[in-house]
Design a protein around this ligand. Structure first.
Ligand code: AGP
Length: 615
């Protein structure tokens, strides 16, 4: 979950690493640190808290050099404290390491190293790695950094991304990837090379990237890189040209990344649809799915696996696939799926939805599906991520880098991707008439405009947030295809404003949660003019009768609802299947503005990280 950056080349490593870490701060912000080799000495600066603290420290005591590594930490072992911040240094001061992952056998290794006389300076699991490297460097590997790192890596249990620097070889960085502790990317430049846990960290320097696979390592200098397996077999890696625009990874005139990403959605949805639909032939084009007509027809069901916001997206997608492709869909949490004995076979397709492509629980569920011979698809935003590489076929979200920890544009992109997937499956399985297919495609062509029009209500939502931000508990109610939107609206509010919020299926309110409603409980109801409208009105009546403060999300032109609810937020009339994309936007904006009113750290909410690479 932590962020990692490395640099070797002719420029000063310090600003490159600090700027890269700044772009990765969403991965962890408990502490940060940097190590640079300056005049043949390893110089380390570390501090707790945000990167700004580290920057101040570096300003007060500058370091510079042509090779260095840096880290932003999301604490697992050891409290957020300077002594636990990475990089960690060996006893001699010659070796330094930054790490993402958990050393599962660290207690054992710590005891072993302590018995050999090693004095530990931190409470982390990571520190054992650097001492192991030094042990092997001095003892057999003859200070060959690649060799001693390889030997150390073989002692570690768990999943890891490890980056190592040594003053003994001051022109070389060694990188290791084991398992799914997060990506490790090599960025290739001219006379300089970069290392990063995520693409946005180095996107302004290069778009040519190599993604290390499980159990691979790389030895990187300014002019060369060598990738090999942990067993020493040379690997020829594919160099990917990343299509992301570096500008999209900066905040621009927006106060927060989340705000920028909310407002990008008309464009990002256009990018998601672009080139996937032939509007003249009324066809969906998804060659990356690698699916034949025979395979599509043979499918007996689909299982969607995801976590958090991506899981809620999967709940929406179930409506599309079942209705359009007539395929049974089950949706499950990645973190739960493999802890039962799921029934899968070669006629089942497993769809993983993941913005980062790195969520360890989702990846583990995909591996479980692979073992059971199901076809694996993924909907992923991070290009080249592990989820994409584990899949038989994928659909890219094409949402561009999402930096705010609270997911917004990836959520809507993944819903649109599932809409296209459902239509594509319907096309191959012959489950929709030509007219129906045409109508659904015409609907999606209108979506970017509807999204743009919904975002124009931003000032009204901001005004409403000012009246609501002091409440402590919220209830979000939705029904049918918009029930997952109630869940997502509540999650957004919890994540960034720290207000307790529950999403609930509206019809279930009377079976329990209604007991919570009083004059201190805002109840947000998604009451669009669809076939469930009358039922939602009756939920509003029930909440009002208990003194609740009702906020209705309603369709433009619905004046009747004003007589029922305390506050109304409007969205344009939208085709039923696409209404979740439009309905979620005011809820994202509401959570955003409430968090701003409460002075919360919108882009980096406490305790969270953008990619959850630990179980
Ligand atoms: C979203 O706002 C959350 N931060 C979180 O629930 C996220 O959606 C979840 O961790 C899954 O991430 P993924 O899509 O990268 O797999």
């Amino acid at each position: 979950m932590c962020g990692i950056v490395g640099y070797v080349g002719a420029s000063d490593a310090t600003p490159i690493i600090l700027d890269g870490l700044q772009r990765l701060e969403y991965r962890g912000y408990d502490s940060a640190g940097i190590a640079v080799i300056q005049n043949n000495h390893v110089q380390i600066r570390r501090d707790v808290g945000k990167l700004a603290n580290l920057r101040q420290k570096v300003d007060a005591s500058p370091v510079s050099g042509h090779i260095g590594i840096g880290h932003t930490r999301w604490a697992t072992h050891g409290a957020p404290a300077e002594r636990n911040a990475h990089p960690h240094i060996s006893m001699s001061g010659e070796y330094v390491v930054v790490h993402n992952g958990i050393v599962e056998n660290y207690l054992e290794l710590r005891d072993e190293l302590s018995a050999e006389g090693v004095k530990f300076k931190s409470d982390t699991d990571t520190e054992v790695i650097v001492h192991l490297i030094e042990r092997f460097a001095c003892n057999g590997a003859n200070h060959d950094l690649t060799e001693s790192t390889r030997k150390a890596a073989q002692y570690l249990r768990g999943a890891h991304a490890i980056v190592v620097l040594s003053k003994r070889v001051p022109d070389t960085i060694v990188v290791v990837r084991i398992g799914n502790a997060g990506g490790v990317t090599l960025g290739l430049g001219m006379g300089e090379n970069f290392i990063a846990s995520d693409i946005p960290a180095i996107l302004e320097h290069t778009r040519h990237m190599i993604f290390l696979e499980n159990r691979q390592m790389a030895t990187v200098t300014a002019h060369s890189y060598q990738v090999q397996t942990l067993d020493g077999q040379p690997v020829t890696s594919v160099i990917h040209d990343i299509p992301w625009d570096p500008i999209s990874a900066v905040k621009g005139e927006h106060k927060h990344f989340m705000q920028k990403e909310i407002f990008e959605q008309a464009r990002s949805i256009t990018d998601t649809i672009r080139s996937r639909v032939d509007f003249e032939r009324h066809e969906v084009i998804l060659p990356e799915l690698n699916l034949s007509v025979e395979q599509a027809k043979a499918l007996s069901r689909m299982v969607t696996i995801a976590c958090g916001t991506s899981y809620y997206s999967g709940l929406v997608g179930k409506f599309f696939v079942e209705h359009m492709a007539k395929l049974h869909v089950e949706v499950d949490y990645g973190s739960e799926y493999r802890y039962r004995d799921p029934i899968l076979d070669q006629n089942a397709a497993v769809l993983a939805i993941t913005q980062s492509g790195e969520t360890v629980d989702t990846l583990a569920a995909m591996e479980e599906a692979r073992d059971k011979q199901a076809t694996i698809w993924s909907i992923v935003n991070a290009v080249g991520s592990q989820a994409m590489r584990l899949s038989d076929g994928y659909i890219s979200m094409n949402a561009g880098p999402e930096i705010g920890v609270a997911s917004t544009k990836a959520f809507t992109a993944s819903i649109v991707d599932q809409y296209l997937l459902a239509l594509y499956l319907a096309q191959l399985r012959g489950t929709l008439s030509a007219d129906q297919q045409k109508r659904y495609l015409q609907d999606i062509a209108r979506l970017p405009d509807l999204v743009g029009r919904t975002l124009e209500y931003s000032h009204e939502v901001e005004h409403l947030a000012a009246q609501l931000y002091h409440y402590r508990d919220f209830l979000y109610l939705g029904r049918g295809i918009n029930y997952p939107i109630a869940l997502e609206g509540a999650l957004k509010l919890k994540e960034i404003s720290y207000i307790h919020a529950e999403g609930y299926p509206a019809g279930e309110m009377k079976h329990g949660p209604i007991a919570l409603i009083d004059e201190a409980m805002p109840v947000l109801t998604i009451a669009l003019q669809d076939e469930l409208y009358d039922k939602m009105i009756s939920q509003i009546e029930q909440a009002k009768a208990r003194g609740g403060i009702v906020i209705a999300l309603a369709t433009e032109g619905d004046t009747f609802i004003k007589s029922k609810a305390d506050h109304v937020i409007y969205v344009p009339e939208t085709p039923y299947f696409l209404s979740p994309v439009v309905a979620v936007l005011p809820l994202q904006m509401l959570a955003y503005h409430i968090a701003v009113w409460r002075g919360a750290d919108v882009d980096q909410p406490r305790n969270l990280a953008k990619s959850v690479t630990v179980e």
